[in-house]
Each structure stands twice: as structure tokens, then as C-alpha cells.
Design a protein around this ligand. Structure first.
Ligand code: SF4
Length: 284
């Protein structure tokens, strides 16, 4: 079994790209849900913070301090005892429990390629909790590395984030995220591997050509879709942390009307496009 810090691994960088990396022990790894996430039993976040640094990210709101909320995207905390914590759950199977990985980070951070922390947790789930209902939320093609483990979890769903058809828009809001092309390729890989895959257009950023966008999504073979608008409601996060995301949306003319028109086109072409809170309900 791979673990985070195998004796033969001294990979423990204190920076990854422009982000500072620290290693901390977490108090728990399976967090009971409530409110918006109540269709799930637990969230599972191997990391805290997210080096993908999307400018609209709501997860920034859950940063441990004002400073970290402000510096969202520039720090990452590795929960170095995550596997040990999950191992403590061995005598209490997660059969039929719905776990969402992850709610406030992407479990496939670039550092994951070598750390294999998320992979170690998946191995633990495969070995001790094959009855778990697991939804993995990501935008990283690295997730496909673990397809061998996904295949051994009968109730596994990949939610793959695709937010626009435009590289200009993607670079404006998600400059260090994988390109649209890479993401669509990853979705296709998962679908072809027989993994239940859902494209999450959450949030939907400005779309240049809704008809062609819908076509490109369908070409992946995926037949499950969720769409949500950018959350524009005034809140601590929106007003205090990432006003630039709203400003950019305005500058790009992404009005409620344009969103509605785009949604109409997508809804007419994407089968079973889910638009409300029920959209996040697990399919497994
Ligand atoms: S990948 Fe997800 S968690 Fe990370 S910054 Fe983007 S929206 Fe936030």
C-alpha cells in the first residue's frame, strides 16, 4: 500500500509552483455534512487550500483565517495523518455511506502526483470500505491515474468540472487549471473506462458558442450533466475576497439574461441536465 511518507520517499516540498506547502495533522478526515451538502454523509478533504486558485472559488470562504482567505490559491496544507485517521474507521464500515471528495479542495492537486495521499485514501476505501458510495470532484487529468482503484469501487462517481468553452475565459478565471481540451479528454477517458462520470458546469462561466459547447460535451460520451450559475449573492466571500471574479463577469457581459439563454441552449441539447440543488445528489 502506498502511504504519504513511505520510508523510501523524501518528497516533502515546502512549495509547489507559486503556493507554499505545509504539512499538518488533522483532527478528523471524514467530516459529517449538513445544509447544502446533506445528500452526503461525509466530506473527505485530503488537503486544505487549493493551488488551482480559481478566482470565483467559494471554498476560499472556508479558509482557516482571513489571511488565508485573502491568499487563496497561494497555500496548501497536506493532511499528513489523513490515512492514519481513515484507518481508524476500519471497524466501522462505510457501507452505503455517501462520501464527497472533496468539498473545499481538489483531491488531485499537482503535488498529489508524487505524494499519492489521495491515492492512499482510495486504497484504504477499496480495501476496507468497498460498499462506500464515493463521489470524486475534480478538474485534474491526474485523477485518471487512479482508475484502477475506481474500478474496484462499485459505487463510484466522478464529477469532472468543465466551466466554459473558451480558453480566454478559462485563463481569466482559472489561469493555473488544466485547459478545456485536457479536461474534455479526461472526461472521455473516464467514460471509455466505464466509470460513471458527470460533467459539472459549476459554476458556468461565460460561454462563447453554446451550441458547439454542448456538442463538445456530448462528444466525450458523457451523459450526466449539472449546471449552476456563479453565486452572485453578496456575502463575506463575494464582497470581501474575490470581487475581481464578479468584475470580470460583468466586463465579459455574463449577465443573468445571457446565462439564461445559454442554459436554454444547453438544456435542449444535454440530456437530463440538472440545474437545481438536486443536481448535486449522488448518482451512485
Ligand atoms: S479547483 Fe475547486 S477548490 Fe480548487 S480553487 Fe478551483 S473551485 Fe476552488
Amino acid at each position: 500500500m502506498s502511504t504519504l511518507f513511505d520510508d523510501d520517499s523524501d518528497f516533502r516540498p515546502d512549495a509547489m509552483g507559486r503556493a507554499a506547502v505545509e504539512y499538518r495533522s488533522a483532527k478528523s478526515i471524514l467530516t459529517p455534512t449538513s445544509g447544502y451538502m446533506d445528500a452526503y454523509d461525509f466530506t473527505l478533504n485530503p488537503y486544505s487550500g487549493c493551488t488551482f486558485a480559481c478566482s470565483y472559488c467559494y471554498a476560499a470562504f472556508f479558509s482557516p483565517s482571513e489571511e488565508k482567505m485573502r491568499d487563496w490559491g497561494y497555500w496548501l496544507t497536506v493532511k499528513e495523518n489523513a490515512l492514519d485517521l481513515l484507518k481508524k474507521r476500519r471497524n466501522k464500515p462505510l457501507d452505503d455511506k455517501v462520501v464527497y471528495m472533496s468539498s473545499v479542495t481538489d483531491p488531485y492537486q499537482p503535488i498529489e502526483r508524487k505524494l499519492k495521499l489521495t491515492r492512499s485514501l482510495l486504497e484504504e476505501l477499496v480495501g476496507w470500505h468497498p460498499g462506500v458510495r464515493l463521489v470524486v470532484q475534480t478538474r485534474s487529468p491526474l485523477a485518471f491515474r487512479d482508475v484502477d482503484l475506481y474500478r474496484r469501487l462499485p459505487r463510484l462517481q466522478i464529477n469532472y468540472s468543465v466551466t466554459t468553452d473558451s480558453e480566454t475565459v478559462r485563463k481569466a478565471f482559472e489561469p493555473v487549471c488544466p485547459s478545456n481540451k485536457v479536461r474534455l479528454r479526461a472526461v472521455r477517458d473516464f467514460v471509455e473506462a466505464g466509470i460513471l462520470t458527470c460533467i459539472t458546469l459549476t459554476p458556468l462561466l461565460p460561454v462563447e458558442n453554446p451550441e458547439a459547447f454542448a456538442e463538445s460535451l456530448l462528444e466525450t460520451g458523457c451523459r450526466h450533466f449539472i449546471v449552476h450559475p456563479v453565486q452572485k449573492a453578496k456575502g463575506r466571500f463575494v464582497s470581501g475576497t474575490r470581487p475581481e471574479a464578479l468584475t470580470l463577469l460583468e466586463r465579459m457581459g455574463w449577465s443573468d439574461d445571457r446565462y439564461a439563454r445559454t442554459l436554454e441552449v444547453l438544456g435542449g441539447r444535454l440530456p437530463g441536465l440538472r440545474t437545481d440543488k438536486a443536481g448535486i445528489f449522488p448518482l451512485v
